[in-house]
Design a protein. Structure first.
Length: 458
């Protein structure tokens, strides 16, 4: 922020800490009338400075001064959220598509307003007026996200990880829209997938809060009650709205599983609609990355992808899983395998592999090195820069390893790598990410691909 902004800033005792929640307002695309009646702040470093009080009119002159000073985004406090969100909802298309405003800010606004609207929707049962509002908003939302390259990356950075109905539905919706684009579904279908995702847990309104907020493991009776949210949601939408078949499929089939182990109907394979199969994978991914009362920590998106891919592959349509991972991989920078020097992956061609291999720790004794105990592992992913391994036992960080890559039925190639991450998965196995001491050659990667019939990541 330019030093000349001091002309607009109130005395220092009007400044407040960043710990108070502030809502961004892109000046170029939100009408000035929407800013009246709110305290307006400019951001400087990690502090917010009051530049216009709620009793001062926000007119053309105030708007012009801010733009002249190079201020493209101002902020208001969440106590003015009703006015703020009403203005954003009415102008969502302009906000999302205004390229003079940083995409991260625009997508933060899109995410915030979606979550706010859904919090209002989930205050009580659905009626047709609510459904009409959701349909209108979903259409704007789909247009806003699909029109912007890298929108999902920015939205993922904006995600909250609480597991209330509004936040979870919003997170599922954002990923679902990107997945629908990947699958080349038409706009009308994508709109309805967005509506279904936003309402995915509408049946929770009719489940006892003590069960929803349970800390610990469900008893069989409690689990039976909890599972009723799917059918209760379907019945409620059927009786109180004109929800489309796509919406009903998302709400009704997001807990069905490809192997028939899901609920409420125990559908399997292609008996689950495409929309239900999509919803099942995305709902699981979003749930894994959300704070739950029975979990002590949030699972990262990276680890959630690994869990969905390695633990749950029999429960989901592999084509849907592969496309979802490709979507996230195309938009994010933290999917295994990594270039571990800074914790984020540099783009590299990668192979998705499921093949057994032998791994040895490299142990130094006196001035010599020797191989330690052999361990059988599963190679999950492989690139020129690194490898992801599934192991029964944990391996300490920075441990040097030797792994034998299969080149043929009779021949293996040894490679040396260093452990950069080792995380326990929900099934108790260890996912090891290791960086090679020197990049693999393209020829070696091609040989591994040929013998293992591995598939490329996009």
């Amino acid at each position: 922020m330019d030093n000349n902004t001091n002309l607009l800033v109130k005395p220092a005792n009007d400044r407040v800490s960043v710990k108070v929640k502030y809502l961004p307002i892109p000046l170029h695309c939100v009408p000035m009338a929407a800013l009246n009646g709110m305290n307006i702040y400019a951001k400087r470093d990690c502090n917010y400075a009051l530049i216009r009080s709620n009793v001062e009119p926000f007119d053309n002159e105030a708007h012009r001064k801010l733009l002249l000073l190079g201020i493209k985004v101002v902020y208001t406090q969440n106590r003015y959220s009703s006015n703020y969100y009403e203005a954003i909802e009415k102008n969502l298309r302009q906000v999302a598509s205004h390229n003079q405003t940083d995409l991260t800010i625009r997508m933060q606004v899109v995410y915030n307003v979606t979550k706010h609207i859904m919090a209002e929707i989930y205050l009580g049962p659905i009626d047709q007026d609510k459904m009409d509002r959701i349909n209108r908003f979903a259409s704007l939302l789909v247009s806003a996200i699909l029109s912007q390259k890298n929108a999902l990356k920015c939205l993922l950075e904006a995600f909250d990880h609480d597991f209330d109905n509004a936040t979870h539905g919003t997170n599922v919706c954002m990923i679902m829209i990107a997945l629908a684009k990947r699958l080349r579904l038409d706009e009308d279908t994508t709109n309805q997938l967005a509506v279904g995702a936003l309402l995915i847990n509408i049946g929770n309104l009719f489940i006892d809060e003590q069960i929803l907020n349970l800390i610990g493991t469900y008893t069989p009776e409690q689990y039976t009650q909890m599972k009723r949210h799917v059918q209760l949601g379907l019945d409620h939408l059927s009786e109180n709205s004109n929800a489309s078949e796509v919406v009903m499929a998302v709400v009704g089939e997001h807990h069905e599983r490809f192997d028939g182990s899901g609920y409420p109907k125990g559908l399997a394979g292609d008996d689950i609609s495409l929309y239900g199969r999509m919803a099942g994978v995305v709902d699981t991914l979003a749930a894994l990355t959300s704070f739950r009362l029975y979990r002590h920590k949030v699972v990262s998106t990276n680890d959630a992808c690994i869990i969905v891919e390695s633990q749950c592959l029999n429960q989901f349509d592999k084509t849907i899983v592969d496309n979802l991972l490709s979507v996230l991989d195309g938009e994010m920078e933290d999917i295994v395998p990594l270039s571990f020097s800074n914790g984020f992956r540099k783009r590299a061609k990668r192979l998705r592999i499921r093949v057994r291999a032998e791994m040895f720790r490299i142990v130094k004794q006196n001035d010599t090195y020797k191989l330690g105990e052999k361990r059988n592992v599963t190679i999950m992913n492989l690139s020129r820069s690194g490898i992801a391994l599934l192991s029964i036992k944990e391996v300490p960080l920075n441990t040097p390893l030797m792994v034998y890559l299969p080149l043929s039925a009779q021949k293996n190639e040894s490679v040396v790598c260093t452990v950069r991450r080792c995380q326990t998965q929900l099934h108790g196995l260890q996912m090891i990410g290791a960086e090679f001491s020197k990049p693999l050659s393209e020829n070696l990667l091609a040989s591994v691909k040929k013998i293992t019939r591995a598939t490329d990541y996009d």
